[in-house]
Ligand binder design. Sequence first.
Ligand SMILES: C[S@@+](CC[C@H](N)C(=O)[O-])C[C@H]1O[C@@H](n2cnc3c(N)ncnc32)[C@H](O)[C@@H]1O
Length: 413
Amino acid sequence: MSEAVRVPDDDPALSNLRLLRTAEGTAAVQRAAGLFAEGVDLLTGLSRLREELGPELAGPAWELARLRARARPVFGADADLLFLTAETLEQAGRPELADRRAARLLADGGGPVADLGCGAGTDTVALARRGASVVAIDRDPVARELTTANAAALGVGSRVRVVGGDVVDVVDRAENGWVASCAAAVLDPARRADGRRQLDPDRWSPPWSTVARLLERVPRALVKVAPGLDHERVPDGVEAEWVSVGGSIVEALLWGTGVSTTWRRTTLLHDGGFLELTAEPDPGTAPAGPVRGWLHEPDPAVIRSGLVALVAADLEATLVDPTIAYLTSDATAGSPWVRSFRVDEVLPFNLKKLRALLRTRGVGRVTVKKRGSAIEPESLARQLRGPGPESAVVVVTRVAGAPTALVCDVSGG
Ligand SMILES: C[S@@+](CC[C@H](N)C(=O)[O-])C[C@H]1O[C@@H](n2cnc3c(N)ncnc32)[C@H](O)[C@@H]1O
């Protein structure tokens, strides 16, 4: 074994990773990937690999082949080259989003960028692929080994310097717009601990105090935050962006004062491209009005970013209630920012009356949606199910303060 792959015997994850980077390791992962692709089950796969490669390589090779297969739908061809652990794969974002972030951060100038908490190196690689030299910092030796391995495997190793360190201290030393000798930085705090999501930003690692300090001291900074981040936390002059894919928020970002161009932004990955909605200043709340022929459910990123009023104005729609993010208008919207449903009936919420109405309409299958109501959608859907051949969407919400059910056409708009 060469010097480069000599392994410490105290950290199995690190030694496995170094073993997998050797020529024997590469061949072992290829063999494991072949068995995996044939659909061979875990026990058979492992016993064959043990026979062929020995016990030391069999388990790590099988595990990496399994993680690469899991990464392939998102990472495409890169997945076959990536080094991953289950935890870092979970933390790594989508590469097309990492590329979009890197392009925007670098748009106003190149120069080295600090990746503060580099994990498996997804952001580091995206920045390096856009031409930046990157100082990738992590306190976890496995993360550092992964970033080194991935930068090399994806052909950008020469632009990446991986170093150990505590990001809290690194950011404490930031001044005059510079951190870790870089005038731009990406910070993606770990927001899970012991397998659980940490809802309190003060419990992220590094914690909110480091996020706030970085945004204060380094204008060309980008921080990934939890989608549920309280707007109150967003410092003045910092842009907050929520990104949605397929109707779910996939990331929320804070853009430092040197890269911010607006107050709030909602971004939608749509038909392979990005659609954006921006507001400067706060557009406030949309007006409310009676339920009309169509109900529109805004994308969750529109709601989280506080831009419902913009979509309402565009659709000539009103809120069904000042406190509820359902919109209503006379016409179908055909807008990527909302899902639309034709409203067939509006009635005060009453289980017996609702069930009777659905029976008369021949509705058997019901999908329940709710907002501003304590009902449990799945259990209500079971209670409303009947023998009829038709389907309906029942929306339980408040209309002008009153608990209301809207029976809608499933085909939507
Ligand atoms: C969410 S992950 C980053 C994922 C990464 N952006 C990627 O694309 O793969 C957070 C990383 O920050 C590191 N980290 C957390 N607290 C840290 C600290 N105080 N100092 C250095 N690294 C830290 C963790 O070890 C972890 O690798």
